[in-house]
Design a protein around this ligand. Structure first.
Ligand code: CMX
Length: 441
């Protein structure tokens, strides 16, 4: 057994023992109440899941195993000469629950390099799709075709015992994370660079190699990828991509099937696809006014027009957050350091000054502040990646780190099939009339 796997198992066994004790002593404690409005309105605020890898606070934003983004930037190992964290270090932290040393991260990088081979049929499957297919469609289809490699599925078919689920889940998760950059880069080069593919560089770190395979050799872009892959990786358990991966995995669907399901959710415009929508929306504004640098007044009018057409302002609002997303702030810092005069980045900052007061004046909107997607595209455009339909694939490659680390924990802790109770409006009415109970089977 590899050293990372061994450490993970030790931690998971200790946590499983803790949970057993905790449930024995406190299993009947109430954690909250559920209102009728919550079950009709997206289950906001209902605590119903356990996810060990990260925790979201509505004011402070995300913490990964207790560490904020600035703390990760300070404490996680970096690439030689770089100042952004190596995402494989964050993966180690989410998986093992401890900050990795430089040695741990370089071990993780080489394990991922070793596992990164993508079988030829995956590329053939991508090629079978029309080139016009959305990159997220190509990405999900490619992940599904890679499912032929699932150890979990093979071992389950052979009669694997429950106690061994975690081990195959762990191996599949490592393999999948190792292979995703190659697949995503293939899709990018196929769709936007005439199929001129670039071989991996075995000496680079996971994110640096991803940038290289997409054709971006600029050290600034590689640093951006390290930051990007770090901050998009996880956002506790209830967001659509994490929850879907967890839910599908709870049926013992293998990590390939579970992750592909999560990626279908990420491809929704209220979730990950918002990152393409933001840049599309800004490009349309630029075209409309015939200038690269819209004034605050022009932005204000454009926002009001968007709202009056019954559309959302992309990149703003959040189901949980009630302040500026620290993932937005981290990207803003990156912009200030590397491209303070870039017109598109400056437009993102002017939008940040303009949108919150407008959204604040609309009573139903609970959070007028920007989320992660409001900033990411402008940084990519700066380095020449203008093909915004591809952006959600980048989000997806990063999201694998969090949701697959979580899936390993689900299997190691023996979490069961997830199956909440649903009701019909007919039953709700009967219950309100005192004619029926609302719980039970
Ligand atoms: N622009 C316009 N209206 C907005 C809005 C925005 N940015 N954010 C929320 N609202 C509206 C909602 O559509 C909803 O309207 P209806 O009641 O008419 O349906 C109302 O305000 C209440 O919404 P809320 O409780 O504040 O927010 P929700 O938890 O329902 O939704 C989110 C959260 C993210 C879907 C929403 O803010 C939104 O659509 N934002 C724009 C899309 C976006 O940026 N998504 C990315 C989120 C981050 C990620 O997952 O990547």
């Amino acid at each position: 057994m590899g050293i990372i796997k061994e450490r993970f198992k030790q931690k998971a066994d200790a946590t499983a023992e803790d949970i057993k004790q905790l449930l024995k002593e406190h299993g009947d404690k109430k954690i909250g109440e559920v209102q009728l409005s919550q079950i009709y309105q997206g289950m906001r605020g209902i605590t119903g899941l356990v996810s060990e890898t990260s925790l979201l606070d509505s004011e402070d934003g995300i913490r990964f195993r207790g560490y904020s983004i600035p703390e990760l930037q300070e404490k996680l190992p970096k690439a030689p000469g770089g100042s952004e964290p190596l995402p494989e270090g964050l993966f180690y932290l989410m998986l093992v629950g401890e900050l990795p040393t430089e040695e741990d991260v370089s071990h993780m990088s080489s394990v991922l390099q070793r596992r990164s081979h993508v079988p030829n049929h995956v590329f053939q499957t991508i090629e079978a799709l029309p080139i016009t297919a959305h990159p997220m469609t190509q990405f999900v289809v490619a992940i599904m075709s890679l499912q032929t490699e699932s150890l979990f599925a093979k071992n389950y078919a052979k009669g694997m015992a429950k106690k061994d689920y975690w081990s195959s889940c762990f191996d599949d998760s490592m393999d999948l994370i190792a292979r995703l950059p190659r697949i995503a880069a293939y899709i990018y080069r196929r769709k936007y660079r005439g199929g001129d593919h670039i071989q991996p560089n075995g000496l680079l770190d996971w994110a640096g190699n991803f940038a290289h395979m997409m054709g971006f050799e600029d050290e600034g872009f590689q640093e951006l990828m390290r930051l990007y892959m770090t901050i998009h990786s996880d956002h506790e358990g209830g967001n659509v991509s994490a929850h879907t991966t967890h839910l599908v995995g709870s049926a013992l669907a293998d990590p390939y099937l579970s992750f592909a399901a999560g990626m279908n959710g990420l491809a929704g415009p209220l979730h990950g696809l918002a990152n393409q929508e933001v840049i599309k929306w800004i490009f349309e504004l630029r075209e409309k006014i015939g200038s690269e640098s819209p004034s605050q007044e022009q932005i204000e009018n454009y926002v009001k027009q968007t709202l009056s057409e019954g559309k959302v302002v992309p990149g703003y609002g959040h189901a949980v957050l009630r302040k500026t997303d620290p993932r937005f702030s981290a990207q803003m810092e990156f912009g200030k350091k590397h491209m303070p005069n870039d017109p598109l980045v400056n437009t993102v900052w002017t939008i940040y000054e303009t949108v919150p007061p407008i959204l604040s004046s609309i009573a139903k909107i609970k959070n007028p502040w920007p989320n992660v997607d409001a900033h990411s595209g402008a940084l990519l455009v700066h380095y020449g990646m203008k093909e915004y339909e591809f952006y959600t694939v980048l989000f997806g490659v990063s999201r694998a780190l969090g949701v697959l680390a979580s899936l390993c924990w689900d299997r190691a802790l023996g979490f069961p099939l997830e199956r909440p109770k649903s009701v019909s409006t007919r039953l709700v009415k009967k219950w309100l009339n005192g004619e029926a109970e609302i719980w039970g089977d």
